[in-house]
Write a protein that binds this ligand. Structure first.
Ligand code: C2E
Ligand code: MG
Ligand code: MG
Length: 741
């Protein structure tokens, strides 16, 4: 066959003199078995194509020699191998999820269209493209496969590399935005069919920008790598992590919907990412905020779900960072509410809707008012009172705070100048306002125009003024002191660690934030120690201390025992209109009685929400008066027997199975079957929710959770007579006032 072979393909041709250079070769006829075999033989050797064949049991009975050599084996050693063990499915291929496994195709004796298979032999991986046809022997019996193959390793390797580059973030090796977005959409569409759930978390690093700015970009990159490693360790194979860009990450968690699990995981992520990093021998500390949304509850399609997670993340960041938040529909309402505030705030001043109220600050020994804090109130034409906690941050963001602040300073100076009692008033100054160029002039002019004694005006400044140009801040403090106003450091302990600034800044007063006062009486709570330390520090620096937000008698006793000299809080008085304060001051009624609860209870949250109660086939409307992890107090149903099984519909698909444990007239204490969990903020939520799939099964369209649909499937439609009498409960005025806090 050698002589024949040499006429084809690569082997050097021997010249055959009688025929000459250009003499045509005789055509190969199909009957010329020898020359045909030679043709195939040369084809095999040229690596243009190889042949393989199997018997009916799927064992290899032929493989081209060069093919075997390519995988470092001899044909002999491969013969008899099951082809399904030799040719492996390539799971990394783009279309691997849509293709039927090769084993299945071989078992079905299908003809094999060109397919990429993986061959793993001798510790090496090669990719071949194979095709094959089932052979039928006499009588149509299947006798095995005949097929061809070629090596495509080089092409696949470069293709995979390019794919990897386009789908993975080159810095961290995590999936990039493109891949994770694609993965989320693909997962959600597949899961919708299978009625499975999928959670997604959006993460944003807090203070990453500072590290990048102060330590340089290479340090920032190194930090991101370490963050990715920590995330990978925490998430493991529970889900897939992607880096969306900058310091934003996303995690997909298929089949997780339990908010106890999601809350714990979020907390662990926040905790782990907040541990110090070592970068080129330097230490860096960052934080992390997490927003969580779960399909199908918070969104069915990926865009909707991401929007939900994004709103939750925004709320987590707004809540002070270093927190997680679950999406809930109120966040969407809040976002639009915020938008509305922004619109209306521009006109609030010109419409005279703003007013300054005043909250007394009393001495710890006598409870005599020594100073008042001016707090801005916005009486919106349609919404009623809007809390400064809602509108001040918006005003800061859009810049209107400068105008509001200037108005506040003028208004308060005028008012204080007209008071007979000579007490001082504190005015809150936003960091944005403090940073503006004309701030000093505004204060100076307000003092001059009103003729007020400057020592009666105190400016409350928060620690955030120390971010940025510290020299300027210190200069401004000195200038303000020179014109005679007093300075107080507000919300101490909530912002940036400022001990070193305290030494240089000429504050007259430190206000201990209410978050430290809250719970300082509880055993095992560090707040007491913090309050005590701040008081000693202030004394050493010759500054006065005010404990803010004292609500209960035990808190009062505690902060006084820690040495706080001044007290502010609802226990003595809330902020009141100027006229009310003035009447008191003019009467000389300067002493305030502590009026309020004896003790602070962390496990009870006072709520005044209308919720649904389901009993048998009926749905009632009741008031939720307070809520703890294990139970609730409700009002609105008359004489419900102890032991009655009910379900509370807490909104947003949250159904809590409960039993009535106490019952008195229209008020009941109920105990939950499964404890509630934290929603990341101050609130509580159920671990599980009614699934939109259940709502769909009840004949309603599939969509993210909404209360109407939940109410409809949980008894509202029932016509059966109700077992209990519903009492109409309107919220009493005093409670509304408390709610406004
Ligand atoms: P802040 O300066 O820390 O003011 C104290 C806040 O605690 C006030 O909230 C006050 O009503 C509230 N508070 C006092 N005692 C209690 C208590 O016993 N319990 C509870 N839960 N709260 C108590 P408010 O009036 O809602 O103001 C919130 C924040 O808005 C203020 O915090 C301040 O940062 C800002 N703000 C208020 N008015 C102005 C203003 O005129 N200008 C600027 N820039 N910010 C203002
Ligand atoms: Mg204040
Ligand atoms: Mg404060």
């Amino acid at each position: 066959m050698g002589g024949l072979l040499s006429r084809f393909g690569g082997a050097p041709q021997k010249a055959s003199p009688p025929e000459g250079e250009d003499a045509p070769l005789a055509p190969i006829r199909s009957s010329d078995v020898e020359r045909r075999a030679g043709l195939l033989d040369s084809l095999e050797k040229s690596d243009l194509g190889w042949f393989w064949a199997s018997d009916r049991a799927g064992r290899l009975i032929y493989l081209s020699g060069p093919a075997a050599e390519r995988i470092s084996e001899s044909t002999e050693s491969l013969l008899g191998t099951k082809i399904s063990e030799l040719f492996l499915d390539d799971k990394d291929a783009e279309d691997s999820s849509t293709q039927r496994p090769l084993k299945f195709q071989l078992a079905a004796r299908n003809s094999l269209r060109p397919t990429i298979v993986k061959i793993e032999r001798g510790g090496k991986t090669k990719w071949w493209e194979i095709s094959g046809a089932p052979m039928l022997a006499d009588g149509d019996a299947f006798s095995g496969y005949h097929g061809i193959a070629r090596d495509v390793t080089a092409t696949i390797a470069s293709q995979r590399n390019a794919e990897k580059l386009s789908r993975y973030d080159s810095l961290t090796g995590l999936a990039n935005r493109h891949r994770i977005t694609h993965k989320l959409s693909a997962t959600l569409s597949a899961f919708q069919v299978a009625k499975r759930s999928c959670a997604t978390m959006l993460l944003d690093l807090d203070r990453f920008k500072q590290v990048n700015d102060t330590m340089g970009h290479p340090a920032g990159d190194e930090l991101l790598k370490q963050v990715s490693q920590r995330l990978t360790r925490i998430v493991g194979d529970q889900g897939e992590i992607g880096r969306l860009g900058g310091d934003e990450f996303q995690i997909l968690l298929p089949d997780v919907e339990d908010r106890a699990v999601l809350g714990e995981l979020s907390e662990r992520i926040i905790q782990m990412l907040s541990q110090p990093y070592s970068i080129n021998g330097m230490r860096a500390v960052i934080g992390c905020s997490v927003g969580v949304a779960v399909a199908p509850f918070d969104g069915i399609e990926s865009e909707e779900l991401i929007k939900a997670a994004d709103l939750a993340l925004y709320a987590a960041k707004g809540g002070g960072r270093g927190q997680f938040r679950f999406y809930s529909s109120d966040l969407r309402d809040k976002a639009s509410h915020r938008h509305q505030i922004e619109e209306d705030l521009r006109d609030a001043l010109s419409k005279n809707e703003l007013e300054m109220h005043f909250q007394p600050i009393v001495s710890a020994d006598e409870h005599r008012v020594v100073c008042v804090e001016a707090l801005m109130r916005w009486n919106h034409a349609e919404r009623g009172m809007v809390s400064p906690a809602d509108f001040i941050p918006v005003a800061e963001e859009v810049g209107i705070i400068r105008e509001l602040g200037e108005w506040a300073i003028n208004d308060v100076c005028q008012k204080v100048a007209s008071w007979q009692s000579g007490i001082c008033a504190a005015i809150n100054v936003s960091a944005v306002q403090f940073a503006s160029d004309n701030f000093f002039d505004i204060v100076k002019k307000a003092l001059q125009n009103s003729g007020v004694d400057p020592s009666q005006i105190e400016l409350e400044i928060t620690e955030s003024v120390f971010v940025g140009d510290i020299e300027r801040a210190l200069r401004m403090f000195r200038e303000l002191k020179e014109i005679g106003v007093r300075l107080a450091l507000d919300d101490f302990g909530t912002g940036y660690s400022s001990l070193s600034y305290l030494r240089d800044a000429p504050f007259d007063k430190i206000k201990i934030d209410q978050s430290f006062v809250r719970g300082c009486t509880e055993e095992g709570n560090n707040n007491g120690a913090i309050v005590s330390a701040v008081v000693s520090l202030a004394k050493a620096l010759n500054m006065e201390t005010v404990a803010e937000g004292v609500e209960t008698k035990d808190e009062l006793e505690a902060v006084v025992s820690f040495g706080a000299a001044r007290i502010q809080g609802a226990l003595f008085a809330r902020a009141m209109p100027e006229q009310e304060l003035r009447e008191r001051l003019d009467k000389g009624a300067l002493l305030f009685e502590p009026k309020g609860p004896e003790k602070y209870r962390s496990d009870r949250r006072t709520e005044f929400r209308k919720i649904g109660l389901i009993h048998e086939d009926s749905r009632y409307s009741v008031f939720l008066r307070n809520l703890s992890k294990t139970g609730a107090k409700i009002e609105g149903l008359l004489d419900v027997p102890i032991g009655t099984d009910i379900v509370l519909d807490l909104g947003g698909g949250q159904l809590a199975v409960a039993k009535v444990r106490r019952s008195e007239g229209f008020s009941q204490g109920v105990e939950f079957e499964t404890a509630l969990v934290s929603d990341g903020a101050d609130g509580l939520c159920t671990r599980h929710r009614v699934s939109p799939y259940q709502i769909e099964a009840a004949g309603r369209p599939l969509g993210a959770l909404n209360d109407l649909a939940v109410a409809a499937i949980t008894g509202a439609m029932s016509k059966s007579p109700k077992a209990f009498i519903e009492v109409d409960m309107s919220v009493p005025g005093e409670q509304m006032a408390a709610q406004a806090y």
